[in-house]
Ligand binder design. Structure first.
Ligand code: SAH
Ligand code: SF4
Length: 367
């Protein structure tokens, strides 16, 4: 059976190399060719002996998802739909800004957690992505961004990826092992060499997995909070019934012990008449008073079949000001790429739902 080398981090490649009778340092060379230079062709790996290249050509492949569509929005946001087999597709979004380029990466085909305001959650769940499919998104983005430098696009829209956020389709911590192996590659100096603070995992709050991430790979952590009390959060983020707010905040405190100079980013989707009042803002302030944190308010992005409405710009401004006056750093996320349905919560991909169950039963199935 041929082995896809895109599934291995540095350690995995060392094991692979020694397994085929090669020296461990070959792993570093392979990492650089595959991830830094974006090469999928063993023949082009000129500092590997010919014998090794031939061996690799027989035993291994470098295979990544196939691009189905590649759209660029008027603001430069770029969205790829990638085929991952059996009729399933995932989405990856590149957000260029003046001083950085952020890639929003998917971790699952669909999502089992069924948050009521999320397009991915409405679609059900098919399967976890492999390491190759997760890191393949970064590989493809870097390669296509670099090769389109000559297009008639503003220069900054062609910048390669400097930051990664695991905020695409799926719940990254429900696909723990593969996500962490992909994170290893993002941080590895011989692969993408991103610093720990430039890689963010966003989670709806799987408490045991937050603890495991802290021990294994404490990158920047974003928590999808969305409500200041359990009664409301139970409705919006159903996993809250299993891991209520108090336990979630305790996990955040523990996380910061591993990354003491860091802070938690709380994401808060602004839903008109649901969670956007001044009373909600005051409740939030009391809730997080002993957690070093920042708030990121996300204006709700609608999608076909959604039940919610976006809070008005004025409501968002007032809400932000109340948090700021209490000393909480608060940003409002700019809605990017909504003309190509690439904004937060709009990623739909192509999900062949395997669960066909109610949200409650799906959540029971998560450990
Ligand atoms: N599953 C992870 C990461 C993916 S979602 C999580 O839930 O954190 C990335 C962010 O987009 C989350 O904060 C999510 O709650 C938010 N989001 C989901 N649907 C949205 C929508 N329709 N409008 C705005 N933000 C949304
Ligand atoms: Fe899943 Fe995150 Fe969407 Fe909730 S918000 S359904 S956890 S992708």
């Amino acid at each position: 059976m041929t082995i896809n080398l895109l599934n291995y981090d540095g350690k995995g490649l060392v094991d692979f190399c020694t397994g085929i009778g090669e020296k461990p340092f070959r792993a570093k060379q392979l990492l650089r060719w595959i991830h830094q230079y974006g090469t999928a062709d063993f023949d082009a790996m000129s500092d590997l002996a010919k014998g090794l290249r031939e061996k690799l050509a027989v035993q291994a492949v470098i295979e990544f998802p196939q691009i189905i569509t590649d759209y660029v929005a008027t603001d430069g946001t770029r969205k790829w739909l990638l085929a991952v087999g059996a009729g399933n597709g995932i989405e990856t979004v590149f957000i260029p800004e003046a001083n950085r380029g952020t890639l929003c990466v998917s971790s699952q085909v669909g999502c089992a957690l069924a948050c009521t305001f999320c397009s991915t959650g409405k679609q059900g769940f098919n399967r976890n992505l492999t390491v190759a499919e997760i890191i393949g998104q970064l590989w493809i983005a870097n390669k296509t961004l670099r090769s389109s430098v000559s297009d008639n696009m503003p220069a900054h829209t062609n910048r390669a990826v400097t930051n990664v956020v695991m905020m695409g389709m799926g719940e990254p911590l429900a696909n723990f092992d593969n996500v962490v192996t992909a994170l290893d590659l993002m941080l590895d100096d011989h692969a993408y060499g991103l610093s720990r603070r430039r890689v963010t995992v966003s989670t709806s709050g799987l408490v045991p997995a937050i603890d495991r991430l802290r021990e294994r790979c404490p990158v920047a952590l974003a928590i999808s909070l969305h409500a200041p009390n359990d009664a409301l959060r139970d409705q919006l983020v159903p996993i809250n019934k299993k891991y209520p707010i108090k336990e979630l905040l305790a996990a955040c405190q523990r996380y910061l012990l591993a990354a003491p100079r860091d802070f938690i980013t709380f994401e808060y989707v602004m839903l008109a008449g649901v969670n956007d009042s001044i009373t909600h803002a005051r409740e939030l302030i009391a809730l997080v008073h002993d957690t070093p944190c920042k708030f990121n308010l996300i204006p709700f992005n609608s999608f076909p079949g959604s039940d919610f409405k976006r809070s008005t710009a004025e409501t968002v401004r007032v809400f932000r000001d109340v948090l700021m006056q209490a000393g909480l750093v608060t940003t409002v996320r700019k809605t990017r790429g909504d003309d190509i349905a690439a904004a937060c919560g709009q990623l739909a991909g192509q999900v062949k739902d395997k669960t066909r169950r109610t949200a409650a039963v799906r959540i029971e199935a998560i450990q």
